[in-house]
Design a protein around this ligand. Sequence first.
Ligand code: FAD
Ligand code: DLZ
Ligand code: SF4
Length: 513
Amino acid sequence: APTLIPLLGDQLSPAISSMRDADPDETIILMMEVDEEATYVRHHRKKIAFLFSAMRHHAVALCQAGWRVDYVRLDDPENSGSFTGEVARAIERHAPARIVATEPGEWRVRHAMELWRDKFDVPVELREDDRFLASHAEFDAWADERKQLRMEFFYREMRRKSTLLLDETGRPEGGQWNFDKQNRKPAQHDLLMPRPLSFAPDQITSEVIALVADRFADHPGTVDGFDFAVTATDADRQQRHFLKHALPGFGDYQDAMLTDEPFLWHSILSPYINCGLLDPLELCRLAEAEYRAGRAPLNAVEGFIRQIIGWREFVRGIYWREGPDYTSRNFLDATRPLPGFYWTGQTDMHCLAQAIGETLANAYAHHIQRLMVTGNFALLIGADPAEVQRWYLEVYADAYEWVEAPNTLGMSQFGDGGLLGSKPYASSGAYIDRMSDYCGHCRYDVKQRVGPDACPFNSLYWDFLARNQRKLGSNQRLAMAYRNWDRMDEPVQRSLRGQAKAFLDALERDRYE
Ligand code: FAD
Ligand code: DLZ
Ligand code: SF4
């Protein structure tokens, strides 16, 4: 009897652990498009189209390589709608001797898969997902030894383990582990700015787009202009394109934002890395080679590698270590619903209109838009972190809970009380003004704090600090901000809080109109 290998939509890697020792003649690979995965949150339509198309292309590639793939399409009339239901049907079809799977990227699915052992009369083996530099055990061993977890120190371990950007003596290339001080430059509009490649939909993708437009009409975002890579070959083209054209400027402009420029010097590779079309470590080695060949500066290459072997690995470690209740944490007791414009982009705050509009169009926004525009705003208004977290999980093509939840609930909303960052990423309009050209296009004045034209971020920032003083007042990294607040005359404090209250009341009213 054959081995049944259920292969999930984010397991499209040639070296996935479930298939490692499998014999193509004795194996059935089961791939399933299921309603439950597409609707447990209302994923952006481009995200679903991307994943289904990548899954269908991967199935074709596996068949060409000699594997037997049992592929269940969403519109199959027998489709039960869930992984568990589809595995049950596949057991009837194939009478397998055993099931081997790679652990999923989410507690929800992990629990469902663990129940297979009781549910089915077939032995189930769940293997660790080893597409990461640090195993669960390694991360936990590192974390157990520390009172406070800081990415920077974990990152150095990962540099040592991978040997990326070390010199012959094992010290960090350039004498420092981190060159971020050089990396905070605003960008200018430039006709020669790099642009990601655009991949025209083929027959398979066009069919999927039609399916998604039909079945998920009530989900956010559009499928118009779909141009993602959906094969490993095309994802590799985008990878090489990035390394050649954008990596050299990646460091300098990492935090920059520009009107109508959604991509800047970013790689736009996260959807491909996270679903398995690209190998993160190989990408880091290719980036290192650009530095060694003198084609990209160290600050850019170090910064880029740090995002992948530092942040990406670190957030994954936190997600699994903290357990399934992580997504319900709410350190600041924030309860406000997200404003409706998160689903339309229609607001006069130009920075938000840009970040949200681009998100709905592309299922993509770059890091600083996510953190300092949409995330910062949600934090300042006291939005419910669970709702904020669901929004990010829905709208980004790269969003899977293991990476999205620590970034959103932890780093951006401080819902975990500071496991990811040592202080909340809260800021007034001044930060956005420094790092972008948004304010020049906005109906609000970023320099004003009160009055009808004042940038809402300004009063909201002070209101956030004042509102949360009991919980945040002892945070060393906010000491200066609280000192500034405490030094303000009371009438000034009152007018700032009054301005914020009027804005928040208006947000509330909009919900009922
Ligand atoms: P680049 O800027 O080119 O960076 C290169 C790569 O580094 C990315 O492809 C990604 O693999 C990795 N990376 C960078 N920053 C992070 C980070 N903080 N955590 C993990 N990996 C990182 N990233 C996701 O992959 N999925 C998510 O669901 C996700 N949600 C986020 C939510 C919030 C609130 C914030 C602030 C960040 C989130 N990130 C998420 C991290 C980051 O914003 C994206 O990885 C990045 O914008 C993807 O675009 P890119 O490929 O062009 O990245
Ligand atoms: C995100 C997603 C979606 C939208 N649809 C499917 C699907 O139909 N079939 C599938 O195998 N995977 C899908 N995924 C990815 C899964 O949600 C992901 O594998 C789990 O969240 C575990 O990380
Ligand atoms: Fe955003 Fe304020 Fe600048 Fe307008 S003025 S773009 S609301 S930061």
